[in-house]
Design a protein around this ligand. Structure first.
Ligand code: HEM
Length: 399
């Protein structure tokens, strides 16, 4: 018999290990939590999460606007990006970038990503000390996406700071106004890209921002704020998530030395191991939908106006879908996880994320065959966001 439901994303203990708290949710229909003016459905079972994410007719990605004192938009005011839109707008926006994210286009980036990984590992080797997050995982994905967007490398650290601040703001207590550092990050990012958009308009290059500016000017499918929001989405979505795949995946390997050894002996298992990292401790814990009208899901009537948390990381631990779901098993097959979502919003960056992770692990294991956690008993410290789960730091031993 599963225990009582406890779901509190503001509790650091809950955030440090939400998985045991998913068990009661996996045992029955989605509960509805009444949080004053708002009702939440906690959707956890694999069948319910996949069905809910496919039902974009009833469960919208356009959330109702929160009270103005809780948001700060600056130059992004009124903007919609593909993640936060429904068809037909979503289909139009997604089409604009889909050709830049095909597996073929992504494969063309491989040599450059290898070079970035090599440079970062050279620095680690020279220093003899290794914090996976600061030295590799925080740096590689932001470098790749910034290059795709055509942003000069000197700005990567500033990008990372903006992106961390904006993402860290996503689970503020309800009713809290945005803190000054969040307002500042939104303003700086908005100003930077507003200037860049103007610059690319007169001096287009082979980068994604130029392509989006051209598409915007021809088709007028986006307002200026939409364009800004689109570029920012690519920066944020393409950054923190892959960082956390590398971090959470390495922690899982380090805590399961038999699996780590098996991978070191047979690096050809890497693609499957990465799928297991995504399933076992995915970077995205949950995404959110909004019930446009009352809808039945998994035996629960979700009332019109309620928010539905689609807890993909819980679905990926559902015993009805995965044998021994709490076991980290890099040979798991099949492994139809939902770490990249499901349905029309399925992650457009999945081929890129998978490739960045593969290159990073290949390069690390080749360079440091004895790689392991520096302190296997460490209690990892997580960053502030529940929705995007990732480590502050992860010291590794390389001798
Ligand atoms: C391991 C890394 C990643 C994970 C776990 C991940 C996860 C997800 C998930 C769960 C969604 C669906 C959200 C929803 O349905 O509400 C999503 C959408 C999206 N992701 Fe990723 N993502 C990753 C990497 C990336 C990268 C590298 C990029 C881009 C460079 C990217 C860009 C996007 C975009 C633009 C969307 C919105 C797609 C749409 O609305 O149609 N992601 N991602």
């Amino acid at each position: 018999m599963a225990g009582e439901v406890y779901f509190n994303i503001w509790d650091p203990e809950f955030r440090a290990n939400p998985y045991p708290h998913y068990d009661p949710l996996l045992a029955g229909p989605p509960p509805i939590v009444d949080a004053g003016p708002m009702k939440f459905a906690l959707v956890a079972r694999y069948a319910d999460v996949t069905a809910g994410l496919r039902d974009h007719e009833h469960l919208s990605s356009m959330q109702p606007a929160p009270p103005p004192e809780q948001v700060y938009e600056g130059r992004f005011k009124g903007a919609r990006n593909m993640l936060g839109s429904d068809p037909p707008q979503h289909s139009r926006l997604r089409r604009l970038v889909s050709r830049d994210f095909t597996p073929r286009r992504i494969r063309e980036l491989e040599p450059r990503i290898r070079e970035i990984a090599k440079d970062l590992l050279d620095k680690v080797e020279a220093r003899g000390q290794f914090d996976l997050m600061a030295d590799i995982a925080d740096v590689l994905p932001v470098t790749v996406i910034a290059e795709m967007l055509g942003v000069p490398p000197e700005l990567n650290a500033r990008f990372k700071r903006w992106s961390d601040t904006i993402i860290g703001g996503d689970n503020r207590m309800p009713g809290m106004p945005p803190p000054p550092e969040l307002v500042r990050a939104i303003d700086e990012l908005g100003d930077y890209f507003t200037d860049e958009i103007e610059r690319r308009r007169s001096h287009p290059g082979p980068d994604l921002v130029s392509a989006l500016v051209a598409a915007h000017d021809e088709g007028e499918v986006m307002s200026a704020a939409d364009l800004l929001s689109f570029i920012t989405l690519l920066l944020l979505a393409g950054n923190e998530t892959t960082t956390n795949l590398i971090g959470n995946g390495t922690l899982a390997l380090g805590r399961n030395p038999d699996q780590f050894d098996a991978l070191k002996r047979n690096p050809a298992m890497l693609p499957r191991a990465i799928e297991e990292m995504l399933r076992y401790d995915g970077p995205v814990q949950s995404t959110v939908r909004f019930a446009k009208e009352a809808v039945s899901l998994g035996g629960t009537e979700i009332p019109a106006g309620a928010l539905a948390l689609m807890i993909v990381a819980a679905a990926d631990r559902d015993p009805a879908q995965f044998k021994d779901p709490d076991k980290f098993d890099i040979t798991r097959d099949p492994n139809e996880h939902v770490a990249f979502g499901e349905g029309i919003h399925f992650c457009i960056g999945a081929p890129l994320a998978r490739m960045e992770a593969r290159i990073t692990f290949e390069a690390m294991l080749e360079r440091f065959p004895r790689l392991r956690l520096k302190d296997p008993a460490m209690k990892p410290v997580y960053k502030g966001s529940y929705f995007l789960r990732g480590l502050e730091s992860l010291p590794l031993a390389i001798d």
